[in-house]
Design a protein around this ligand. Structure first.
Ligand SMILES: O=C[C@H](O)[C@H](O)[C@H](O)COP(=O)(O)O
Length: 224
C-alpha cells in the first residue's frame, strides 16, 4: 500500500467513530480530505459539522454537508483530524497545512480528539517536523528572535511563488526547525504567551484521546 492507500484506510476506519445525529468537528489536510469523502457517504446520519479551515468548509459543503459556525456550537462529541507528528502519549505537531489555529479551537470544544494518520507520522519525540507557529504579521521578527533564543531556527513560510503564506486568519507562519520537544505541554505554554503568537502547533493541552494509525497490517487503535 502506498501512503495514500494508508490514509484512505484510516479515513474509512474513522467513520466507525462518528456518532449518529450529531454535529462533529472536522480537521484539515490530505487525510482529513479523504475522511470528508467517506463522511459524505453517511451524511444523512449526521446533523452537520464544524470546519477547521476554509478548505475543509468548502469540501464539506461541496458534498452537501451542513457546516455550522463554531460560535453556534457549544461542544461536539468528536473532532477527527490528521497530524504531522504524534508521540507515544498522543501529543501532536499540527499546522503543516497552516490550519492549526482553527483546528485547536475545534479540538478545544470536542469531547474526544480522534487522530487519523499513517504510520509515518509516529515519532518517539516531537520536533523533527518543523513546528508551525502562527504569528500576527507585525510581530513576525520579534517572535522569530525569541524562538531563536530558545534554540530553534524559525523559517518564514512562503507560497511557491515566494509570496508570504497568509492563513485563514490573515496571519503568517514561522516553521521552527531544530527543536527536540521532550516536554510538549511546557513548551506549548511557554511559546503561547509570547506576544504576537496566535497559536503554536503543539497539541499537548488538546492531545489525541484516540489515535487510529494505518499500517500495512491494518489500523492500529490506541486510547490514551
Ligand atoms: O494544518 C494542517 C493540519 O494540522 C493537518 O492535520 C496536518 O498537517 C496533517 O495533514 P496531512 O493529513 O495532509 O498529512
Amino acid at each position: 500500500m502506498n501512503q495514500n492507500d494508508l490514509k484512505r484506510l484510516v479515513a474509512q476506519k474513522a467513520i466507525e467513530y462518528v456518532p449518529l445525529n450529531a454535529i462533529i468537528g472536522v480537521g484539515t489536510g490530505s487525510t482529513a480530505d479523504l475522511f470528508i469523502d467517506e463522511l459524505a457517504l453517511i451524511k444523512d446520519n449526521i446533523v452537520g459539522a464544524i470546519a477547521s479551515s476554509e478548505r475543509t468548509k468548502q469540501r464539506l459543503e461541496g458534498h452537501g454537508i451542513k457546516v455550522f459556525d463554531v460560535n453556534e456550537v457549544e461542544s461536539v462529541p468528536v473532532y477527527i483530524d490528521g497530524a504531522d507528528e504524534i508521540d507515544p502519549e498522543g501529543n501532536m505537531i499540527k499546522g503543516g497545512g497552516a490550519a492549526h489555529t482553527r483546528e485547536k479551537i475545534c479540538a478545544s470544544i470536542a469531547e474526544q480528539f480522534i487522530c487519523i494518520a499513517d504510520a509515518s507520522k509516529e515519532v518517539k519525540v516531537l520536533g523533527k517536523f518543523p513546528l508551525p507557529v502562527e504569528v500576527v504579521p507585525l510581530a513576525r521578527q520579534a517572535v522569530a528572535r525569541q524562538l531563536s533564543d530558545l534554540g530553534g531556527q524559525p523559517v518564514w513560510r512562503k507560497n511557491a511563488d515566494g509570496s508570504p503564506l497568509i492563513t485563514d486568519n490573515g496571519c503568517h507562519i514561522l516553521d521552527v526547525h531544530g527543536l527536540n520537544i521532550t516536554e510538549p505541554l511546557a513548551l506549548e505554554i511557554q511559546l503561547s504567551i509570547i506576544p504576537g503568537v496566535l497559536t503554536v502547533g503543539i497539541f499537548a493541552q488538546n492531545a489525541a484521546d484516540i489515535a487510529l494509525i494505518a499500517t500495512e497490517d491494518g489500523v492500529k487503535v490506541t486510547e490514551y
